[in-house]
Design a binder for this molecule. Structure first.
Ligand code: ATP
Ligand code: MG
Length: 531
């Protein structure tokens, strides 16, 4: 298997190739609308997949779904694609499909992607809901409390129940964890409602996405074991897929309308990968590659702390064998601290209408290692569609000399799948049975409801006990003919009731906690074992 991905050929006649052992040094694909960014993402994804590397990408416009289908001689651009392949000396150009798993937060265009509230954590949730500092503080308290009390937070109704509990017990909780105000909790509730209205309810719950399902390699079909080289130009039978990295495509067209959800989810994914993957140092090829399309959404209005976190994760995740590729219109959309870490660069055409745009062109042009034959600043605005300034890391890890490069045509389909094709891919998917049905096991919501129930039952028991006692007492009093005023009797009986209720609650509570504690422990152990 090749140790590099063919990207294209530049005007100096040099073949531009991405070295797989440098692919974890991250990358950037930039360019104005319609200049060829998505197709570049597509050919890179094909290259990684063919090299057995799983890829994750978000499909903002639906056009990446074509990766799941082989290109076709009947495609309207077939002749152009062949001509392009010939022009750049791509002698073994053939059409072929990649193994794809479709995912979708809304469970419409793919298998549902879910995570639990606990896994997302208070910081990312705060970002997701746009919480103020004070509200984030309350969220942190809620998580600490849930931890201390072994309560599982799976979905939004768990979070709601816990927030209600926080308000109901705010004095006691305030003494132990810090101040909780009803107003702040009410504000969080309102933001939760906004999130729910935007359709985010389905994001949270189980079965939660397992990273290993994003890191699959296609196992091939049992009855066929073909080899890509020996198949015809239009190999549609899927036999060639064995050993290819599975491409996870997240439908992101709706998601993009939820600006905070998209970056938060991607960040969550990265931090999960970071936590779960071991250090591996330098590998022959990355373990996994991520493409973040519309990367500006990650950084728009992001507080500095968050940018710092992205910068840190990007820096550290390299040594875990993960490559991240940002795709965006303009490199200036990405903060310098992150941009500085993107070693492999493909810059499509930029437009220069305003002084600001001219400035960012100058910046983009000067970020490349100089080529004496090229005036990068001039070329950037002159590049054709599917053409780019390319500079990739060489064997020593140094950025290669920039070349004006015609990018190779894709092997998979240029353009989106039909509904029927998507359905067929999903039907064959190895993960459908695992994620398609939600599973609502017992968690904070049920637990707090059970506590309420226990308290209500205790109150009822106490009431009965009191009635009985009063009855007995009443009898005694009648016998001795000593009448008491109704008010004093009421007072005493309420006090008595209080005591009985408290005792009962404590007793029920202890039983309940013991029972729940064991159950939760089993749940946690189970989750650990499954990893
Ligand atoms: N490498 C290529 N080989 C063949 N055709 C290409 C290539 N790159 C781009 N094209 C052609 O240009 C069209 C537009 O490219 P693409 O969709 O990648 O642009 P884009 O930069 O992603 O645009 P947008 O910002 O609107 O998403 C493609 O549909 C295709 O016809
Ligand atoms: Mg695009």
């Amino acid at each position: 298997m090749s140790d590099r991905i063919f990207i294209g050929k530049d005007t100096d006649g040099k073949v531009q190739e991405l070295l797989l052992n440098k692919a974890n040094r991250h990358g950037l694909i930039a360019g104005a609308t319609g200049t060829g960014k998505t197709v570049t993402l597509q050919i890179l994804t094909e290259g990684f997949s063919k090299a057995g590397i799983p890829v994750f990408c978000a499909d903002v416009k639906g056009d990446l779904s074509g990766l799941s289908q082989a290109g076709s001689t009947r495609h309207k651009l077939h002749d152009k694609l062949i001509a392009r392949a010939e022009k750049i000396g791509l002698s073994d150009y053939s059409y072929s499909a990649m193994p794809v798993i479709f995912w979708d937060f809304y469970a419409k265009q793919g298998h549902p992607v879910r995570t639990t509230i606990t896994e997302m954590g208070p910081t990312l949730l705060a970002r997701l809901m746009n919480l103020t500092e004070a509200q984030e503080g309350i969220m942190t308290i809620a998580f600490e409390l849930a931890d201390d009390e072994n309560m599982l937070l799976l979905d939004l109704k768990d979070l709601r129940a816990l927030l209600n509990y926080l308000v109901d017990n705010k004095d006691e909780i305030g003494r132990k964890y810090g101040n909780v105000t009803s107003q702040s909790v009410a504000a969080i509730h309102r933001k939760l409602l906004t999130l729910e209205r935007a359709g985010a309810e389905g994001f949270f719950g189980e079965p939660a996405l397992k990273l290993k399902d994003l890191m699959r390699v296609h196992e091939g079909t049992p009855d066929s074991d073909g080899d890509a080289e020996t198949l015809s130009l239009e190999d549609l039978d899927g036999a060639h897929m064995k050993g290819r990295g599975v491409v996870s495509i997240l439908a992101a067209d709706d998601l993009i309308n939820l600006p905070s959800v998209y970056p938060t989810f991607l960040l969550w994914l990265l931090s999960e990968l970071f936590e779960e993957l071991p250090e591996v140092g330098n590998l022959d090829k990355p373990k996994m590659v991520f493409f973040f399309d519309e990367a500006h959404l990650l950084f728009d209005e992001a507080p500095k702390a968050l940018v710092d976190k992205i910068e840190q994760v990007a820096r550290l995740i390299r040594s875990k064998g993960v490559g991240i590729y940002f795709v965006t219109q303009n490199p200036s959309d990405i903060p310098d601290s992150v941009l500085g870490q993107l070693g492999n660069r493909i810059q499509h055409a930029l437009r220069a209408y305003t002084p600001n745009e001219q400035k960012s062109i100058r910046a983009a042009a000067s970020s490349f290692r100089e080529n004496p034959n090229l005036d990068t600043e001039e070329v950037i605005t002159d590049l054709g569609v599917g053409e780019a300034l390319v500079s990739l890391l060489d064997e020593k890890g140094v950025p290669g000399i920039v070349g004006r490069t015609l990018i190779r045509p894709p092997a998979s389909r240029l353009g989106p799948v039909t509904k029927a094709e998507r359905k067929a891919v999903m039907k064959d998917s190895p993960v459908g049975g695992k994620y398609d049905t939600p599973n609502d096991r017992e968690s904070a919501y049920e637990e707090l409801a059970a506590r309420d129930q226990a308290a209500a039952e205790a109150a009822e028991a106490a009431r009965k006990a009191e009635e009985k006692a009063e009855h007995a007492e009443g009898k005694k009093q009648t016998q001795s003919r000593q009448r008491k005023t109704p008010s004093s009797r009421k007072k005493r009986s309420t006090r008595k009731k209080d005591n009985v209720i408290m005792e009962q609650i404590k007793y029920e509570g202890k039983l309940f906690m013991r029972r729940e504690g064991r159950r939760i422990l089993r749940g946690i152990l189970g989750a650990m074992m499954r990893r």
